[in-house]
Design a protein around this ligand. Structure first.
Ligand code: SF4
Ligand code: SF4
Length: 305
């Protein structure tokens, strides 16, 4: 019997229930903080930094000044453009506790494996009846790999299906250690061209391609391609990704993830700019053409995750 460290801690920024995406059946998605990539279209910008972060909803603020008074680091005040000086903020959450209007929230909190299991087991019946389970997402779900590994082991001990969404920018050692506890990997491939990958995510992708080969040899793997207008949506670039996936013997499916801007407002709440502003959504006809490219390569394709 495997020993599970239920006291292992991680930083979790959200737990979403009753998801019918991101794996089979009805699932609970556990979102972990931290990501080595900086995709400019990221729909979870609050996931990127490893430590918890303050979100500030200006429209809810009643200018009572309680947050300014309580912050010992002078990290919050009306003189700052976004009210929060994020270089000074230590994410203590004191301002959140005193804010009377919920204008401030802290995204990310430390949880043990036991804490997460206690939360997600409330929906155990749904997993059993639907063939669902738990999906770890992020951020890069495997950045906090020690926590992820113990959590996945704990899920397996309960008989739950496990899935992990990953960017694949992780070490081989982590893959060897954690993937044996994953039933399904949802692996993002954003571009084939490595310079293009660097331009829009701030990392090259040779490591990701190598890891894709390894991961798909170890467990069931679905490749997911976010189709980003002006980045990777040309027939040429998309076809290159598909041809690469075709060389991976055990990948039978590609999921096309259409671009959306659902995360835009979160950039503003974090005091950041959204660089994809005014980007138009993909045309349905174009997405269908891309789907046909996948199917012409004898791979199963679906639009959506
Ligand atoms: S989280 Fe703490 S350090 Fe950051 S702004 Fe609020 S009170 Fe200040
Ligand atoms: S405590 Fe909340 S409502 Fe009061 S000034 Fe700060 S953010 Fe605004």
């Amino acid at each position: 019997m495997k020993v599970i460290d239920y006291s292992q801690k991680g930083i979790v920024f959200d737990i979403q229930k009753y998801s019918i995406h991101d794996g089979p059946g009805i699932r609970t998605i556990v979102f972990l903080k931290g990501c080595p990539l900086r995709c400019i279209w990221c729909s979870n910008p609050e996931s990127q930094n490893t430590k918890p972060e303050i979100m500030f909803r200006k429209n809810l603020c009643i200018h009572c000044g309680k947050c300014v008074s309580i912050c010992l680091n002078n990290a919050i005040g009306p003189q700052n453009k976004y009210w929060i000086d994020r270089k000074k903020c230590i994410s203590c959450g004191e301002c959140v506790n005193v804010c009377p209007s919920s204008a401030l929230t802290l995204k990310g909190k430390e949880m043990t494996v036991e804490d997460v299991i206690n939360e997600v087991k409330k929906d155990e019946t749904y997993y059993r009846n639907s063939g669902g389970g738990i999906t770890l997402s992020g951020g890069e779900a495997l950045l906090q790999y020690k926590f992820a590994k113990e959590l996945l082991k704990a899920c397996h001990a309960k008989g739950w299906h496990t899935a992990v969404e990953t960017e694949g920018y992780i070490s081989k050692e982590v893959i060897m250690e954690v993937v044996p506890h994953i039933d399904l990997v949802l692996l993002d491939m954003k571009t084939y061209d490595t310079n293009l990958h660097y331009k829009y995510t701030k990392v090259h992708n040779e490591v990701i391609k190598e890891n894709a080969k390894l991961i798909q040899s170890m467990t069931r793997t679905i490749i997911r391609i976010p189709v980003i207008p002006g980045v990777n949506d040309s027939v040429e670039e998309f076809s290159s990704i598909v041809k690469f996936v075709k060389t991976l013997d055990n990948v039978e499916q590609i999921h096309i993830l259409p671009y959306h801007n659902y995360g835009e407002n979160k950039y503003y709440l974090l005091g950041r700019d959204y660089l994809m502003k005014d980007t138009k959504k993909n045309k349905e006809e174009h997405l269908n053409n891309l789907k046909k490219i996948v199917e012409d390569n004898d791979l199963i394709c679906q639009i959506g995750g």
